[in-house]
Ligand binder design. Structure first.
Ligand code: CUA
Length: 328
């Protein structure tokens, strides 16, 4: 396998038990403690239940009821009181532990990069704010973050409730129409991480994923500068023809390509489509074959998506693909 996209996607991480940020570490820590203590209690209860099921009983009295001696009664009473106190102490300890993790997660750092995330059925719009609007960046389904720096995500929804979740980085936070929520994390380990919508939002909810690419500051800055540029101007004749297919067909009505007349905002911004690793919110790798399949027959990959059918002639499709591949 030599395709760089497929190679990069081989190492995508997606696990709440492999934390790559201090926030996910705190959550995983709490989880393992709860699992260990809860598991130990479960084993103890199960062992006690099995032991009592096989315990020898004395003979019942004339009235058919079991009698226990006064000493046994007192001993059992102590066991019950002791177990109740221990249960209370364990629950209170976890309450305090849980609050402390919650407080740590809620403490937004003053200095942080801000990324606006808007949920759509079924894709993620990603915007990097800048005081100078001409320097802000819009992309889709792929978030790049610099390693070691806190990043704040301002969350909103275009239609229904979605939920932003990158298991290796932090817990979940809902995206609610008409309301801005926010969450943050600081990626400490470089890598590509998978995020997933965690709130049922329609038939393609499971096909609403995204990637978080955590990279060193210099690489991130290079990426951001590249994303600020306009879409590439095609030079070879096939790609030029492909640009005409894009602009004259229905594509330009819904998608934006910076530096061209295409300014649609219904679908994802495609200015740097070829720089992204996946298509259709994590549904398929961004390779020529899948891209062609997506354009011609997207209901086979993400049924009920808003994109209209595109019955293209083979020559038109080849030209369009050649053009889209220039959008690095
Ligand atoms: Cu969006 Cu589930």
């Amino acid at each position: 396998m030599s395709n760089p996209v497929l190679l990069a996607l081989q190492n995508v991480r997606h696990s709440a038990t492999a934390p790559a940020s201090p926030e996910a570490h705190a959550i995983a820590h709490l989880f393992w403690w709860m699992l260990a203590v809860g598991g130990a209690i479960w084993l103890l209860v199960a062992a006690t239940a099995i032991r009592s099921a096989f315990a020898r009983r004395g003979a019942p009295g004339d009235d058919g009821l079991m009698r226990v001696s006064a000493e046994t009664h007192t001993r059992l009473q102590r066991v019950v009181i002791g177990a109740t106190v221990v249960t209370g102490v364990i629950l209170m300890s976890f309450l305090v532990f849980d609050f402390s993790v919650g407080r740590a997660l809620a403490a937004f750092p003053a200095q942080s990069l801000t990324v606006d995330v808007t949920g759509h059925q079924w894709w993620w719009q990603i915007e990097y704010e800048d005081p100078n609007p001409s320097l802000s960046v819009t992309t889709a389904n792929e978030i790049h973050v610099p390693v070691g720096e806190p990043v704040q995500f301002k969350l909103a929804s275009h239609d229904v409730i979605h939920s932003f979740w990158v298991p290796n980085m932090n817990g979940k936070r809902d995206l609610i129409p008409g309301y801005r929520s926010s969450i943050w994390f600081r990626a400490d380990t470089p890598g590509v991480y998978r995020g997933q919508c965690a709130e049922f939002c329609g038939l393609q909810h499971a096909h609403m994923a995204f990637l978080v690419v955590a990279q060193p500051r210099a690489e991130f800055t290079r990426w951001l500068l590249q994303q600020r540029t306009s879409g590439a101007t095609p030079v070879d004749s096939l790609a030029v023809a492909g640009q005409q297919v894009f602009m004259s067909g229905s594509c330009a009505l819904c998608h934006t390509i910076g530096g061209t007349p295409a300014h649609g905002t219904v679908g994802p911004d495609l200015t740097h489509l070829a720089s992204r690793l996946e298509l259709a919110a994590g549904t398929a790798p961004n390779t020529r074959g899948y891209l062609g399949g997506w354009i011609l027959n997207h209901p086979s990959m993400q049924p009920r998506t808003l994109m209209p059918p595109n019955p293209l002639q083979p020559r038109q499709l080849q030209a369009l693909l050649a053009y889209l591949e220039t959008l690095k």
